[in-house]
Write a protein that binds this ligand. Structure first.
Ligand SMILES: Nc1nc2c(ncn2[C@@H]2O[C@H](COP(=O)(O)OP(=O)(O)OP(=O)(O)O)[C@@H](O)[C@H]2O)c(=O)[nH]1
Ligand SMILES: [Mg+2]
Length: 230
């Protein structure tokens, strides 16, 4: 007897990713053949929608497109709220996140966990996209969160993740920028959600420019850690 597969929603925030988005969508679709699924692209940043062909390409590939103008976190929250899947996955548009790992993120939730976090710092994971100061910064932030909130995360500022739709309400997400991953880690711990990490290998972005600015966003991450103390 064939078991019923859960509906999967993939949410991809985009800002000027025309050279990457088509391939991400095609590869993701290939991986999801056995599942009912939707892909939601949430486009735009504080200066408005992508100025390139990101949206046109996303539509051509069959993705649903939403717009947002506040930042990556805000775009993700909008996509999560619109998602109709039983399992929701966040994924970057720049091919840093390997579509082949999608099924690992799905199986973490199918196995009974609420939140499944890709980690670059457990056996089988890694990164070819992290200068040493980012490795250091991430380590400091994740250690701080573990000490303050009593968690045991190995990675934090990494956006390749999945969760069960029902936990979205409990997470009550608000971070509009690059603090969103930190907020998820902290709130999952505070809400005693059942989390698991699975190994993930982060590749270098294929084309285009990074939108994350290490120091500005490092400050935002610290602020997110402090804000959730109360
Ligand atoms: N909608 C939306 N998406 C964004 C925004 N900023 C970044 N993104 C997307 O969020 C994802 C992660 O951003 P990146 O610029 O790749 O950040 P990063 O991976 O830390 O930086 P690199 O290592 O250089 O790639 C990508 O899919 C971006 O297109 C934004 O303001 N709005
Ligand atoms: Mg990237």
């Amino acid at each position: 007897m064939q078991s019923k597969r859960p509906y999967i929603s993939i949410v991809i925030p985009t800002l000027n990713e025309e050279k990457n988005i088509g391939r991400v969508l095609r590869e993701a679709e290939r991986e999801l053949k056995e599942y009912p699924y939707e892909i939601i692209v949430v486009d735009g940043g504080i200066n408005g929608p992508s100025k390139d062909k990101t949206v046109a390409i996303a539509k051509k590939e069959g993705a649903g497109v939403l717009y947002d103008n506040k930042g990556k976190g805000s775009a993700l929250i909008k996509g999560f709220n619109a998602a109709k899947g039983a399992i929701i996955i966040s994924m970057d548009a720049d091919l840093s996140h390997e579509p082949r790992e999608l099924r690992l993120l799905i199986s973490g939730i199918e196995a009974g966990h609420d939140v499944c976090l890709g980690s670059r710092f457990i056996a089988g994971g890694g990164s070819s996209d992290m200068p040493i100061f980012r490795v250091f910064g991430n380590k400091v932030f994740v250690t701080l969160v573990n000490l303050i909130y009593g968690s045991r995360y190995s990675d934090m500022c990494y956006g390749y993740r999945s969760f069960r739709k029902e936990v979205l309400k409990k997470l009550d997400l608000r971070e509009e920028g690059f603090g969103i991953e930190t907020e998820i880690n902290i709130k999952a711990q505070k809400a005693h959600l059942n989390t698991i990490e699975v190994p993930s290998f982060e590749k270098k972005r294929l084309h285009g420019e990074a939108k994350l600015h290490s120091f500005r966003d490092g400050y935002i991450i610290l602020r997110t850690i402090a804000k959730n103390l109360f």
